[in-house]
Design a protein around this ligand. Structure first.
Ligand code: AMP
Length: 281
C-alpha cells in the first residue's frame, strides 16, 4: 500500500494502472476510520482492480461553530486498518494541497435536495461536500466511487452532481454498518460520554419501531410524532425527524418507498441515521 500526500504523487502512482485500463475504485473519507469505512473499501475491492482511499478533513464542509479543529485525526491507525483490508493507495493531502493560496473563484452547488434535512441545519455544508468531491473526482478520476447510505442525503447529492455534470464514473451506495446495539458507526460516536453512548442506540430503535408501525398501516404523521416523543423522552435534542422519498422529495404517494431520517443531539454530539421502508410494489 502506498501513501501519497500530493496531487502530483498520486497522479504518478495511478498512472500505470490508468494506462493498463485497470478499474479504479475510490472511497473518500475524513479518516478516524471504523468498520463502516472499511466496508466501503471491501465493497470497492470486490469490483475494482485498484482502490484509492482519501483521508481529508475538508474545512469547507464544516460550519463556523462545528468541530473542524477537534475532528479526530488518526492517520497512522487508519493506515494500518486500510492495509489490512487491501487498500492500494491512501491519498492524505494537507489542506494547502487541496486549497491553494490563490483565492478560489469557483463554487459547486447542488440545489433543491440540499435545502432540507442536514442542509437546513448545516448551511453551506453540501456546497463544501460538492466542491471537495468534485475536486477529488477530478484528481483521482475513478471508475467507481463508494459512499455510505448512513449519510443518505450526501449520497443522493453526489449522485445528482455526477449525473448533472456528466462525470464519467458510477456512484455506489453501501448499506450502513452498525454496532451490535444498532448504533450507526460514526467517527463522532467517540465524542459520546458512556451515559450518552448507552442512550444513542435509541435512534435506530425508534427508526425500526417506526418502520414496523408504518408497515402495520399507521399514519405517517403520528409515526413521526411518536419518534420525536420517544427520542425527547430519552434526552435527545431533536434537529429533525422526517420522511422523504429516496430522491429526497416530500411524500405524496404511499405506494412508494419511504426513507425515515433522524438528526438529534445527545449533549454536544450530533448523530444522524436513516432507514428505508419498502412500500413500492
Ligand atoms: P466520513 O469519514 O464520515 O466523511 O465518511 C466517509 C464515508 O464513509 C461516507 O461515504 C460515509 O457515508 C461513509 N460511512 C460513514 N459511516 C458509515 C457507516 N456506519 N456505514 C456505512 N458507511 C459509512
Amino acid at each position: 500500500m502506498k501513501m501519497e500526500t500530493t496531487i502530483h504523487g498520486l497522479t504518478a502512482s495511478l498512472s500505470p494502472a490508468k494506462h493498463a485500463k485497470k478499474l479504479i475504485g475510490f472511497v473518500p473519507t475524513m479518516g478516524n476510520l471504523h468498520e463502516g469505512h472499511l466496508n466501503l473499501v471491501r465493497e470497492a475491492k470486490k469490483i475494482c482492480d485498484l482502490v484509492v482511499v482519501s483521508i481529508f478533513v475538508n474545512p469547507t464542509q464544516f460550519g463556523p461553530n462545528e468541530d473542524f479543529d477537534s475532528y479526530p485525526r488518526t492517520l497512522e491507525q487508519d493506515s494500518h486498518l486500510l492495509a489490512d483490508v487491501g487498500c492500494d493507495i491512501i491519498f492524505a493531502p494537507a489542506v494547502e494541497q487541496m486549497f491553494a493560496k490563490a483565492p478560489r473563484k469557483t463554487n459547486i452547488q447542488v440545489t433543491d435536495i440540499t435545502d432540507g434535512l442536514c442542509g437546513h441545519a448545516r448551511p453551506g455544508h453540501f456546497d463544501g461536500v460538492a466542491l471537495i468531491v468534485t475536486k477529488l473526482f477530478n484528481i483521482v478520476q475513478p471508475n467507481y466511487a463508494f459512499f455510505g447510505q448512513k449519510d443518505f442525503q450526501q449520497l443522493v447529492v453526489v449522485q445528482q452532481l455526477v449525473r448533472d455534470l456528466n462525470m464519467p464514473l458510477e456512484v455506489i451506495g453501501v448499506p450502513t454498518t452498525r454496532a451490535e446495539d444498532g448504533l450507526a458507526l460514526s467517527s463522532r460516536n467517540g465524542y459520546l460520554t458512556s451515559e450518552e453512548r448507552n442512550k444513542a442506540p435509541q435512534i435506530y430503535a425508534s427508526l425500526q419501531h417506526a418502520k414496523g408501525a408504518l408497515e402495520q398501516g399507521e399514519l405517517l404523521t403520528s409515526v413521526l410524532e411518536d419518534m420525536r416523543s420517544h427520542l425527547q423522552a430519552h434526552g435527545f435534542e431533536i434537529d429533525y425527524v422526517e420522511a422523504r422519498t429516496p430522491e429526497l422529495q416530500t411524500i405524496t404517494d404511499f405506494n412508494q418507498d419511504i426513507v425515515l431520517f433522524v438528526a438529534a443531539k445527545l449533549g454536544k454530539t450530533r448523530l444522524i441515521d436513516n432507514l428505508i421502508v419498502h412500500f413500492a410494489t
